[in-house]
Ligand binder design. Structure first.
Ligand SMILES: [Zn+2]
Ligand SMILES: [Zn+2]
Length: 557
């Protein structure tokens, strides 16, 4: 509702004229919005006044007094972050952005200020640290147990902590030292502390977290600037276990993350017309030094897979698939029986499975990363063998393997996929047992680097790994779900990684690989070109042209 707008002109001591127009109330801060301009002459000021009144009447109040903290809250609500990104970004906002910039008005932020923040973080990740020595005071209530009291020790301890929370000395989200540390600092029996903590947790005053320190219940407010302040009168550094602050530089990668959060938030603020320009555009986060990952040799990958065959055959197949497809760990965990087409040798990477804070989520990545990958005959045989085994063991109890069963699962019917974290641990253990330094990410890197080293088309490699949209989009436009180059990519990776093959597998190889050699040799031409007209050997089978990518298969469960 546009009410009557009012404005005035005021002469400043400098002789200039300031125009000020009331343009309503800021919906966010509840404060008056005033449009202001300064003009050299009274005549110019009158013209400006007319313009501003018109602007105010039109209801366009482009600027707001909102602070960065308010912007962050609004932006976090609408930002398109997936669950794990959200968790990390929320922590950056709470620990770095809000303490450093939260109190400032969005329109007062400029590139130089952001550059200064990045430079500070490069020195120390604590936004409250000014580079001088200071003691990091901890908020620990002084616990005293009066042996003469009729009340048991645990009750006295619980009362003190309860009072500290009630009085605000301990705020929501504040961590408590561990029971053992508190006991040694304040000379209170461990048993009394344990009892008190259990009682307070039962009252929902504190939250006990598995493997981590307990925290005061409630939503944590943004971390305050932790500098030298924040100390109550009866604070005792020795008994609270305060330590001198030690600067810890923030990595360039983390600062870049923070920059991208800020950049997104300011771009949104610009879209909302809170600000006229995005200050992050004129700031420059530190460049990350790209240390090239040491390339893993096919021999090392083979060693790990061979170790897996002995210790955990299903895991060996999983690692094999990572090497052949370059898929992300969660993408393979989400793989279902219906995603595997052994007839045509195609794997459908449709979902990504993630576990965040104990919540298991199968993210629909169809719009983003849904892709079809060629798999070679050897890989088809391995998957087929695995599924046959699962089917056979289910048949014993009269159960059929469902199309929506997960290929990698620890339960017989494949109802629950592997937890990607578990897969990572398992892979690391196998690599360690094989004496090789390799993890799943490294294996994915292996796929990419080996394909590129063999001069496979970059676009195809990118598409195979689900990198970006460029390559993937190109693939989508092909009549076939997978390109000829991708066929050869699959065959090449299988051949390369097959060093570990044992028994039956070696036998399949002996038939399959010589046949592969011919197209491979031609594919590896030193001029780096890949002739699309190369006729592949017998392994990569022709894909029926009638299978359009867009229609795909019906989504399973
Ligand atoms: Zn202290
Ligand atoms: Zn510091």
């Amino acid at each position: 509702m546009a009410g009557a707008r009012s404005g005035y002109i005021q002469q400043l001591p400098s002789g200039s004229f300031r125009v000020s127009v009331y343009a309503g109330t800021d919906a966010l801060t509840g404060r008056q919005i005033r449009l202001r301009r300064t003009c050299k002459t009274e005549r110019a000021a009158q013209i400006e006044l007319g313009k501003l009144l018109e602007q105010a009447d039109a209801g366009r109040a482009p600027e707001t007094d909102a602070t960065v903290a308010q912007l962050m809250d609004r932006y976090a609500e609408i930002a398109d972050w997936d669950l794990s990104t959200r968790k990390a970004n929320d922590a950056y906002i709470r620990r770095v952005i809000k303490p450093a910039l939260g109190h400032l008005q969005v329109r007062k932020i400029g590139g130089p200020l952001l550059d200064l923040l990045y430079a500070q973080l490069r020195r120390c990740s604590d936004p409250g640290c000014a580079g001088k020595r200071f003691i990091r005071h901890r908020k620990v209530p002084l616990l005293t147990v009066d042996p003469a009291s009729h009340r048991p020790a645990w009750q006295q301890v619980a009362d003190t902590i309860r009072d500290a929370i009630g009085s605000g000395m301990l705020a929501a989200g504040d961590p408590l030292p561990s029971v053992r540390e508190m006991s040694s600092l304040q000379d209170v029996p461990v048993a009394a502390l344990q009892h008190a903590v259990a009682v307070l947790a039962g009252e929902d005053l504190i939250v006990v977290r598995q493997g981590r320190t307990a925290v005061v219940a409630g939503n944590a407010p943004p971390d305050r600037r932790s500098g030298p302040a924040a100390r109550s009168r009866d604070h005792d550094c020795k008994r609270a276990g305060c330590q001198p602050h030690v600067c810890k530089p923030m990595t360039a990668k983390t600062i870049r993350n923070i920059h991208s959060i800020l950049s997104g938030a300011f771009a949104t603020a610009k879209r909302w017309e809170w600000i006229a320009w995005n200050p992050a555009e004129s700031a420059k986060p530190p460049a990350t030094s790209r240390r090239p990952l040491p390339a893993t040799s096919p021999e090392d990958v083979a060693k790990v897979i061979s170790e897996g065959r002995k210790a955990h055959p299903q895991m060996a197949l999983y690692l094999w698939l990572v090497a052949i497809t370059g898929a992300r760990r969660g993408e393979l965990c989400a793989l279902q029986v219906c995603d595997v087409d052994l007839e045509t040798g195609i794997l459908h990477i449709a979902f990504n499975y993630v576990v965040v804070d104990g919540r298991r989520i199968r993210k629909d990545t169809k719009t983003h990363q849904d892709r079809y990958l060629a798999i070679d005959q050897v890989t088809c045989a391995m998957i087929g063998e695995h599924l046959d085994m699962v089917r056979a063991s289910l048949a014993d109890v009269g159960v059929k393997l469902h199309q929506d069963a997960y290929v990698f699962s620890n339960d017989p019917a494949g109802a629950t996929p592997w937890n990607p974290d578990w897969a990572s641990h398992k892979a690391r253990d196998l690599a360690a047992a094989a004496g090789v330094n390799l993890n799943i990410k490294g294996l994915r890197h292996y796929t990419a680097s080996q394909l590129l080293a063999a001069r496979f088309d970059l676009r195809n490699t990118a598409a195979r790994l689900g990198h970006g949209s460029g390559g993937a989009t190109t693939l989508r436009h092909y009549a076939d779900p997978v390109s000829e180059v991708d066929r050869r990519a699959a065959a090449y990776l299988a051949q390369l990684t097959a060093g570990s093959a044992t028994g039956a597998l070696r036998e399949i190889r002996s038939h399959a690989l010589p046949a592969l050699a011919a197209p491979m040799a031609r594919g590896n031409r030193t001029d780096g070109t890949h002739d699309a007209g190369i006729t592949p050997g017998p392994v990569p089978r022709a894909v029926p042209r009638s299978r359009p990518l867009a229609s795909g298969r019906p989504a399973c469960a």
